[in-house]
Write a protein that binds this ligand. Structure first.
Ligand SMILES: NC(=[NH2+])NCCC[C@H](N)C(=O)O
Length: 408
């Protein structure tokens, strides 16, 4: 049987990818709560969907199988017992104030017979005004309080890169940094456990959402079948990288070394993939601010199952040459040599490329300076529009989770 997950590089020909088409959760964004929900503006849903559909169609035109998170999740909970368990768990994590309110929503979700509708509802969130019965139960105060939601939306779901990350034939089911994104990983839990595509494969989990320290997929890069890169960032703790490395070695996923890159913890550099992505065997896009010496921890398996950790201070170029065993790494600067362009295009995810084959990527059309640099370096570009999608601060890499790539 072909493994449903097979990822041994960041650049091998992409065969199957997981997306989420933005849905009603984006219409539950409000200016007052944008910061907590990690958005900088409110995308126009209809247009965001048009842009997203272009992205998906481009991938299909390249003969890549496109799967949707919402479909897999719906299929995963088809069995009534699984559906019931999912609803319980979803509600337990939904921060609902008031038991009657919870019971009411429980009834509402349980009575839904179309699993896609149910999943969409759990993603969109629930406004208190959608529950008129609540008044009769004496809980009018809940309705009248200023906060409009009974259950918050999950607007970041279209960044499928983050809640879990595929590596080898395993999955890092992540503990997210922010409250608003923690619930997203529940879909992954049910998909890998119960979906027919995955359930017989016993997908090994090398990280679990129940962990106490955080890690996100934007920080997890597969540099080769032997080598992972993980960012120590706003989103990912050093402690999580140790746990991940230990599990990867113990569960024999094939990787020999994990490089942990310390990239600081600002929002603009929230993940490693916002400053650094791999586009070819020897080519990387980078944000100029990570040039110069970096602190990198090289983690391998030591004696008696302990980790062997070495600290190094080196330029990105030297580190990549050394650990990839090449001598001609080419770093392509986001925004070229102009600082203003670099800042602007990095903010608009100019270095957040999705590589679909060695030397071929998907990029936003809105970053012409970076795109020209990529072209000059011999990289083949496929453009998508991103005027609305970018408002959530993510590009083609963030909006996709590869499930299968050809080996390189
Ligand atoms: N892999 C990425 N860079 N993902 C971008 C995620 C953006 C999202 N608004 C967040 O802050 O979480």
């Amino acid at each position: 049987m072909n493994k449903p997950i097979h990822i041994t590089s960041e650049i091998g020909k992409l065969k199957t990818v997981l997306l989420h088409r933005p849905g009603k959760e984006l219409e539950n964004l409000m200016p007052d709560y944008l910061d907590e929900l990690l958005f900088d503006d409110i995308p126009f849903l209809e247009q965001a969907q048009v842009e997203h559909d272009r992205f998906a169609q481009l991938l299909r035109d390249k003969e890549i199988e496109v799967l949707y998170l919402e479909d897999l999740a719906a299929e995963a909970i088809a069995d009534p017992e699984v559906k019931a368990a999912f609803i319980e768990e979803y509600l337990d994590e939904a921060n609902i104030r008031g038991t009657e309110l919870k019971a009411l929503i429980h009834d509402m979700l349980s009575s839904m017979t179309d699993m896609r509708e149910l999943i969409d509802k759990t993603m969109a969130g629930i406004q208190k005004v959608e529950l008129p019965e609540l008044k009769n139960k004496g809980l009018a105060d809940m309705i009248e309080s200023d906060y409009p939601f009974a259950i918050d939306p999950m607007p970041n779901l279209y960044f499928t890169r983050d809640p879990f990350a595929t590596m080898g034939h395993g999955v890092s089911l992540n503990k997210m940094y922010s409250v608003t994104r923690r619930r997203e990983t529940l879909y992954g839990k049910y998909i890998f456990k119960y979906h027919p595509r995955f359930k017989d494969a016993d997908v090994p989990l090398v990280y679990d959402r129940t962990e106490t320290t955080r890690i996100e997929g934007g920080d997890e890069l597969i540099l080769s079948k032997d080598l992972l890169a993980v960012g120590i960032s706003q989103r990912t703790d050093a402690a999580s990288i140790e746990k991940l490395a230990k599990n990867i070695f113990d569960k024999n996923l094939g990787f020999k070394r994990v490089l942990a890159f310390d990239i600081g913890s600002e929002r603009k550099f929230m993940h490693l993939d916002t400053v650094f992505t791999m586009v070819d065997y020897d080519k990387f896009t980078i944000h100029p601010e990570i040039e110069g010496d970096l602190t990198v921890y090289s983690i391998s398996q030591g004696e008696n199952g302990e980790l062997d950790i070495k600290e190094e201070h080196e330029t990105l170029e030297n580190i990549l040459n050394k650990y990839l065993g090449i001598n001609n790494v080419q770093l392509i600067r986001c925004g070229g040599n102009n600082l203003t362009a670099a800042a602007r295009e990095q903010w608009n995810d100019g270095s957040n490329t999705l590589t679909i084959a060695p030397g071929e990527v998907v990029v936003y059309d809105r970053n012409p300076i970076t795109n020209k640099k990529l072209e000059e370096a011999g990289v083949k570009l496929n453009y998508i529009p991103g005027s609305e999608l970018v408002r959530g601060r993510g590009g083609p890499r963030c909006m996709s989770m590869p499930l299968v790539r050809e080996d390189i």
